[in-house]
Design a protein around this ligand. Structure first.
Ligand SMILES: [Mn+2]
Length: 277
């Protein structure tokens, strides 16, 4: 008999001891992201920001990254698994950072997107606030007994509605969702289990039905929008913008706990940190 399934189920439900390590991984990773916002300025290279993140992790005693960091400026953010990290940071572009540390083998996985110059442009702000609304709506779905797909569906609903409002999609929202038109800009799912692996083990479906959430599970919530630089179906001002916002969320008896909340994510909070506030 294979023990795989039994072990994977054990890993899916975190004990109090494991959660201590995951909270620590979340806090230290958050400190790295805050530092990246503080030191970010035009003219630096993506790898210099990567070095700042790793420096913070190691300084706090976490000497392993949970996965190769993504530091993606401007249109590089539209490349989902970009790890070249050798581009130059330009004023007027956004910087997307997907990076996390490991604490005694337990991973954190955080993404933030912020303006290199410290101030969002109007189009960037509009898309950013849409992704943030989608993330908050998805997180609100997380509680014991809620099926796995509800958070994803909430993100699709908010993003599609917003894309219509901003003029990037045309048509009726229910039909656009049914036809999966949002997928040209949001092509991945809402998240994954998190634990000893960044994409951790554990079934997402049981008997072909989406699994119900239970206390002790930890998942990421990471909606995004990626408008290809050559997307001629949308106004020029949107092209080449890539945004993702990702937090690590524990299912609790009452609902949820965000393990990575120490990194700012509203426009006002991000701009304040970047102005030295
Ligand atoms: Mn992730």
């Amino acid at each position: 008999m294979s023990l795989e399934h039994i072990l994977h189920e054990m890993r899916l439900f975190k004990s109090a001891e494991e959660l201590k390590l995951m909270r620590r991984a979340g806090e230290v990773s958050a400190a790295g992201h805050v530092k990246a916002m503080q030191v970010c300025q035009p003219g630096l290279y993506e790898y210099e920001i990567e070095a700042e993140l790793i420096h913070q992790f190691v300084k706090h005693g976490l000497r392993a990254v949970a996965y190769p960091s993504i530091v993606a400026a401007g249109k590089n953010a539209c490349v989902l698994h970009y790890t070249d990290n050798d581009g130059k940071l330009k004023s007027g572009d956004l910087l997307l950072i997907d990076a996390g540390a490991e604490c005694d083998h337990y991973a954190a996985d955080i993404t933030r997107t912020f303006p290199i110059s410290g101030r969002f442009t109007e189009p960037q702000r509009a898309l950013y606030e849409l992704v943030l609304d989608a993330q908050l709506a998805a997180i609100e779905q997380i509680k014991p007994g809620a099926a796995w797909h509800l958070a994803h569906d909430a993100s699709v609903e908010v993003l599609t509605r917003g894309l219509v409002k901003l003029g990037l999609l045309k048509g009726r929202v229910p039909k656009l969702i049914k036809d999966e038109k949002y997928k040209q800009f949001y092509m991945h799912r809402i998240g994954h289990w998190l634990g000893m692996d960044v994409h951790d083990v554990g079934d997402y479906k049981v008997d072909k039905e989406w699994r119900l959430l239970e206390p002790g599970m930890v998942m990421t919530v990471e909606p995004g929008l990626y408008i290809p630089a050559d997307c001629d179906s949308v106004d020029k001002k949107w092209r080449g913008i890539g945004i993702r916002i990702e937090d690590d969320v524990l299912v609790t008896a009452e609902g949820y706990e965000i393990l990575t909340s120490a990194v700012p994510k509203t426009v006002a909070e991000i701009e304040a940190v970047m102005q030295g506030g």
